[in-house]
Design a binder for this molecule. Structure first.
Ligand code: AMP
Length: 199
């Protein structure tokens, strides 16, 4: 069943690399009729198109580092403009924001172009589990940043240093909801969908 919303249901699916954001975003998008915006997917599409932006971003991504804020903020701004005329029920932001300046920029963009973030659903997964999921994914994902253990560890470190403050930003706004990100994909999805229905 799809939910139709009178007001926009804008949410951030938050969590470390390998926490299941991409998998769950696709399901949430279907159930709640939302537009899914993944900065990782957008960047990978720039890379496959061999655009200047993509070739520049690739250097950071292959090293497990964050792409500069202004690049990803610009991409999000364009996506919001592209979709504005469709009057979406809402957006799922996946892999964005990853720094506090990105979170502040998103809050401002939504003020101008849509409606504020309603809820931030944060998937909690232990570090050994993240490592093993990403190495497993690396066997088939074709992603250079999934195959090397040192790069994966660097991505997790970057998450701790630069991205966890984003959770504090939304906690102060009373928008953060922690979700257990280990268990079956279905049970995690149920927990996310319940939290979203109650938001
Ligand atoms: P993901 O697909 O979300 O795991 O992202 C893969 C890589 O893309 C990350 O390790 C970063 O190098 C880059 N990336 C994705 N989203 C962002 C973002 N919001 N800010 C900076 N870099 C990003």
């Amino acid at each position: 069943m799809q939910y139709l919303c009178a007001i926009m249901l804008n949410l951030i699916l938050f969590g470390p690399p390998g926490s299941g954001k991409g998998t769950q975003a696709i399901r949430l998008k279907e159930k709640f009729n939302l537009i899914h915006i993944s900065t990782g997917d957008l960047l990978r599409s720039e890379i496959s198109n061999k655009s200047t932006l993509g070739l520049e971003a690739q250097k950071y991504m292959n090293a497990g580092k964050l792409v500069p804020d202004e690049v990803v903020i610009g991409m999000i701004s364009s996506k919001l403009d592209e979709n504005k005329a469709n009057q979406p029920n809402g957006y799922i932001f996946d892999g964005f924001p990853r720094t506090v300046p990105q979170a502040e920029a998103l809050d401002n963009l939504l003020l101008q172009k849509a409606e504020p973030i309603k809820i931030v659903l944060s998937l909690n997964v232990s570090e050994p589990e993240l490592l093993s999921r990403l190495l497993e994914r690396g066997k088939s994902s074709g992603r250079a940043d999934d195959v090397n253990e040192d790069i994966i560890k660097n991505r997790i470190k970057v998450y701790h240093n630069e991205t966890t403050p984003v959770a504090n930003h939304y906690e102060q706004l009373n928008k953060l909801k922690n979700i257990q990100g280990e268990g079956s994909i279905d049970s995690i999805f149920e927990a996310l969908a319940t939290a979203l229905s109650q938001a």
